[in-house]
Design a binder for this molecule. Structure first.
Ligand code: FES
Ligand code: FES
Length: 221
């Protein structure tokens, strides 16, 4: 096992050397107490790379999950720290769900988890184990766009389209809870979704259009 002084060579600035020493010191204390030279519990990525750089072995802890996404059940072994949005995009290759802020502010990553709109950057993939997830790719049914997708299409509810998948998922949730919302209620419901392009008016019109389409569909049934 490398000795603590070996870390002197690794850090760039004095600050980094201090941090690295601190992290390695923690690890050495843990290793001495537990009699192990291999770390196999969850650590932050920065600590992990420091330990790897210092020549320690870091064994990743994995978790088996089973998640049904857009009607297909996926079973994967993942790192416990993997975010749901990373699982959707990087493991399942469903890149319609976007990543904006990664801090739960912009709503670009919104998906449905067990019928609830969720910002998937705020949830771990491990927490979705056993759940049913719908992403923007799963909203259209039988080759037909969802009424909210149609509304955005008809009312030009987008420009660059970056916020659009999250906006559509959040709007679908609004109409699920309230089939006849006022403009005010739509604006309130979309507060957690940011768009830097449209000025929101067309988005509100798109959701109103979707509400009408959904109402006329249910009347026709
Ligand atoms: Fe999740 Fe912005 S990327 S809220
Ligand atoms: Fe560009 Fe909303 S359409 S961010």
């Amino acid at each position: 096992m490398p000795k603590l002084q070996d870390t002197e060579k690794i850090g760039g600035s004095g600050h980094k050397v201090f941090n690295l020493k601190f992290q390695i010191l923690n690890f050495e204390i843990w290793a001495r107490l537990s009699g192990k030279s291999q770390l196999n519990h969850l650590i932050c990525p920065a600590t992990e790379s420091s330990l790897l750089a210092a020549g320690y072995e870091v064994e990743q802890m994995k978790k088996q999950i089973s998640v049904t996404v857009n009607g297909v059940t996926h079973q994967n072994e993942i790192e416990p720290r993997l975010l749901l949005v990373q699982y959707i995009r990087d493991v399942l290759n469903l890149t319609g769900t976007h990543v904006g802020c990664e801090t739960s502010l912009c709503g670009a990553c919104t998906v449905m988890v067990d019928g609830q709109a969720v910002k998937s950057c705020t949830m771990l993939a491990a927490q979705a184990d056993g759940s049913t997830v719908t992403t923007i790719e799963g909203l259209a049914q039988g080759g037909e766009l969802h009424p909210v997708q149609n509304g955005f299409w008809e009312h030009h509810g987008l420009q660059c389209g970056y916020c659009t998948p999250g906006m559509i998922m959040a709007a679908a949730q609004i109409l699920q809870r309230n089939p006849d919302p006022t403009d005010e209620e739509i604006r309130h419901g979309l507060e957690g979704n940011l768009c830097r392009c449209t000025g929101y008016q067309n988005i509100v019109q798109a959701v109103q259009c979707a509400a009408k389409k959904m109402k006329s569909k249910s009347v026709a049934r």
